[in-house]
Write a protein that binds this ligand. Structure first.
Ligand code: SF4
Length: 475
């Protein structure tokens, strides 16, 4: 999972890209970058680290241009090194800048295609393969003539015909404008917005990045759609993909997106409240004294759950905000160490109490186990764990770091077995039906909780992707 933003404006865009990236920081903390175009040249800064650390006051002068793209990276494919940090840029037939959110599932096929056409890869990022295909198709479309919006739409369509997987893209094409593309399943979010005076247009992974700029969200980019804003601020929209069924990632609503975002017409905050209410419907009433949230994503669901069952919601665990989200830390070692230093219990809310602990999801179980231990060491009498997401039983191959079956605590285990491993007094999971009711979108991707992957694929693909990622982590 990553965060992307693209802006076209009458003024320099760097400072707005920076502010937008800060609002999207939760989507990736491994690396970040900005690339702008000043009409003649591209200016880029990319590095490993947080937005506030990578960019300095001096960058505003150097990163000058009225169109640009920003990216925050969360590593799922390719190593976390500067070379793999987005946005990527190429020249020929014109300058192109691209950033993505998602994961392709046919990267090898794309690399072979590029190789057959004498284009070699320099990184291990799947974005390079997408960019290579787009560049190849654009060159073919335009030939020796000046690149037009028509060429760009045609090239994007041909790219979409070749690339399989989840991808939301923002693309700057020199002399043409800013293009946004969302895959035919619309797995990853992508929102379109503009300023009140119509002099700034923006595409971003979440509406919150548009809100913080003081702009208004216009709409979501649709499944298989390409939207182009040219340098005269004309907007052209086209469905370029073969849309069979949509599959919006349910995990955006459960965990990933900010609660103040609205994605595909659904408020993330409202969905989380509803997830809490649905959990209450599954709760087999036990005597408890207090409901607390595993900080911070699950607070909204915990609050709604507490209201619904008529028990006090209290703040029992306080998070140090200056330590990264454990779930997106790259290694298990970092994850284990980070949990202890990032969450501290308030003993007076815990000691001698029977507690319902609401978590957003249980992926590997490392965080949940440690949190239960923490509550017990702070004197909790009982700890009943609830997850607002159903058991995660399959890996995500579309851009969330759940790479292998073995790492998932719920894979091939019953709820009782999981409960035993985690050390809770009871364990209650959301049902898939409850989750689908709570997130009022007709077509959700539920592959990691149901095993039903929306994009057709051959049988060996899960194994190949898992092996590739394992190798990348070991290297
Ligand atoms: S498999 Fe799960 S995490 Fe991955 S896109 Fe689908 S719903 Fe989201």
């Amino acid at each position: 999972m990553c965060g992307i933003i693209g802006i076209i404006s009458t003024k320099d865009v760097y400072s707005n890209l920076y502010v937008g990236l800060l609002a999207l920081q939760h989507r990736g903390q491994d690396a970040c970058g900005v690339c702008v175009h000043d009409g003649e040249d591209m200016h880029v800064k990319r590095d490993v680290g947080l937005v506030r650390d990578v960019f300095t006051d001096n960058d505003a002068g150097r990163l000058s241009g009225k169109i640009g793209i920003g990216h925050v990276r969360y590593t799922t494919a390719g190593k976390n090194i500067t070379k793999n940090t987005q946005p990527f840029k190429v020249r020929m037939p014109v300058d192109i800048i691209m950033a993505s959110n998602g994961n392709t599932i046919n990267t090898e096929e794309l690399v072979d295609f590029l190789w057959d056409n004498n284009i070699s890869m320099h990184t291990t990022s799947d974005l390079e393969a997408i960019l290579g295909v787009f560049k190849f198709e654009l060159k073919k479309e335009a030939g020796r003539s000046k690149v037009t919006s028509e060429h760009v739409f045609n090239a994007a369509q041909k790219m979409m015909n070749r690339v399989r997987g989840s991808y939301s893209l923002v693309i700057m094409v020199e002399g043409v404008g800013l293009l946004a593309v969302r895959d035919p399943y619309a797995i990853k979010p992508l929102v379109f917005g503009k300023s009140g005076d119509g002099k700034n247009y923006v595409f971003a992974s979440e509406s919150v990045a548009i809100d913080v700029l003081g702009y208004k969200a216009i709409c979501d980019v649709k499944a298989g759609e390409a939207i182009l804003v040219d340098f005269d601020f004309n907007v052209t929209r086209r469905i370029i993909g073969n849309v069979t069924k949509k599959a919006h990632c349910m995990f955006e609503f459960v965990y990933f997106a900010r609660p103040d975002s609205v994605l595909d017409h659904v408020s993330v905050y409202e969905a989380r409240l509803e997830l809490g209410r649905e959990l209450a419907r599954k709760w087999s009433a036990k005597e408890i004294d207090t409901v607390i949230a595993a900080p911070d994503t699950s607070r909204t669901a915990a609050l709604a759950f507490a209201n619904e069952i008529g028990v006090n919601y209290r703040e029992g665990l306080i998070k140090n905000r200056y330590i990264g989200r454990t779930f997106i830390m790259p290694s298990d070692v970092q994850r284990k160490d980070a949990i202890r230093i990032k969450i501290n219990p308030i003993s007076s809310e815990i000691k001698g109490k029977k507690i319902a602990l609401v978590d957003d999801s249980i992926v590997r179980g490392t965080t949940a186990k440690k949190t239960i231990e923490l509550l017990r060491s702070a004197g909790a009498k009982e700890v009943h764990l609830l997850s607002s997401c159903p058991p995660i039983i399959k890996p995500c191959i579309y851009g969330i770091d759940m790479p292998t079956h073995e790492e998932l605590i719920a894979h091939n285990r019953s709820v009782d077995e999981i409960d035993e491993l985690l050390g809770a007094d009871s364990l209650t999971y959301q049902s898939i039906e409850g989750l689908e009711r709570a997130i009022p979108i007709d077509h959700l991707c539920t592959a990691c909780i149901s095993g039903k992957y929306p994009i057709p694929m051959d049988g060996g693909i899960l194994k190949r992707i898992a092996e590739k990622r394992k190798k990348e982590k070991e290297d």
